[in-house]
Design a protein around this ligand. Structure first.
Ligand SMILES: [Zn+2]
Length: 58
């Protein structure tokens, strides 16, 4: 009987630590939030071709 897939444990996609059962596939609530935030950030960072120049630095 093979050992219980100990090595098949996933890793947190955010910080690469071993995932925890409570926060799969992340290691903690913190990483969970971070992943969500980065995901939302990606959405808002949709490339927009604007004709307007960004405001000059002041
Ligand atoms: Zn993590």
């Amino acid at each position: 009987m093979p050992p219980r897939s100990e090595s098949r444990r996933g890793r947190c996609p955010v910080c690469a630590k071993p995932e925890t059962d409570a926060h799969k596939p992340f290691c903690s609530q913190l990483c969970r939030d971070r992943d969500l935030l980065s995901w939302l950030d990606e959405r808002y960072r949709v490339p927009v071709h604007s004709d307007e120049e960004p405001p000059a630095e002041s």
